[in-house]
Design a protein around this ligand. Structure first.
Ligand code: KIV
Length: 286
């Protein structure tokens, strides 16, 4: 497979260009056609169809629960909406770790027919051969270091990483190894700002942070977090720009109330028919 961007997009090189110009990169997750349209119309630079869909749209308590077919279906819906900026597909837990052949086959499912411009996978060290195999097969890879949600097995596992020297050095070494393996960009999640800043200065590729401070080359947030579409507490690195869940509950409540009190539907929300046509309907039935 050649390194051709999905039709209509310039692919991940646009991110390298943004880093070179010092323009912050804006990445947002999307999981379906409406969220893809919002991301595209709002002018983000790149869309990630994250395996966070397992939690945000499928109701699981871990990202590990989403299947390949489920994530591919969501990715297709996003791609129908996002045609002129790159889309990155997240390789789900259990679909790439075991062997290079499996990693390449799974990555191909995301890249076939221009569905995605790149794939993302979590981890370094044991995953470096997988990263190299996918890149050797002609498909761009985004690496992911720091907090690795697919390695979290309980809710208290979502903690900042790299807060002691050993871990911080390891995360930076992991990022360097992924960049040297040929990753086109890196996501760094939930690490102290100073560590992310040092990491960003030590690799040549764009580094996109989530909970990693302001010195990375870009930022990514989860769509549902940014728009307040989830329930309950959000991580400290989330800034909510809307209260989508609360506002939608309120809207549905008002509609239900209007139905129950006869205020919905009104005349303007109703189709009409000419009186003589209706008379004929009656006549024929009688
Ligand atoms: O799945 C996802 O949404 C992600 C982001 C948190 C980067 O990997």
């Amino acid at each position: 497979m050649s390194r051709v961007a999905a039709s209509g997009t310039a692919g991940l090189p646009t991110l390298a260009g943004a880093r070179a110009r010092g323009t912050p990169i804006v990445m947002l997750t999307a999981y379906d056609h409406p969220s893809g349209r919002v991301a595209a119309e709002a002018g983000v630079d790149v869309v990630l169809v994250g395996d966070s869909a397992a939690m945000t749209v499928l109701g699981h308590t871990t990202t590990r629960a989403i299947t390949l077919d489920e994530l591919l279906m969501l990715t297709r819906a996003v791609r129908r909406a996002v045609t002129s900026i790159p889309v990155v597909g997240d390789l789900p837990f259990g679909t790439y770790e075991e062997s290079d052949a499996l990693a390449v086959a799974t990555a191909r499912r995301f890249m076939e027919g221009g569905l995605c411009d790149a794939v993302k996978l979590e981890g370094a060290r044991d995953m470096l051969p997988r990263v190299r195999a996918i890149i050797d097969a002609g498909m761009p890879v985004v690496g992911h270091v720091g907090l690795l949600p697919q390695s979290v097995t309980s809710s208290d596992g979502y903690r900042a990483q790299g807060r002691d020297a050993d871990q911080a050095v390891q995360i930076i070494r992991d990022a360097e190894a992924l960049a040297a393996a040929g990753c086109s960009a890196l996501v760094v999640e939930a690490v102290p700002a100073e560590v992310a800043s040092l990491l960003s200065s030590r690799v040549e590729v764009p580094v996109i942070g989530i909970g990693a401070g302001a010195s990375t080359h870009g930022q990514v947030l989860v769509y549902h977090d940014l728009l307040g579409l989830g329930e309950g507490r959000v991580a400290r690195f989330v800034r909510q720009y809307a209260h989508g869940h609360r506002d939608q509950v309120e809207a549905v409540r008002r509609w239900a109330d209007d139905v129950r009190t006869g205020r919905f539907p009104a005349g303007a929300e109703t189709y009409g028919i000419a009186a003589e046509v209706m008379a004929e309907v009656h006549a024929r039935l009688d």
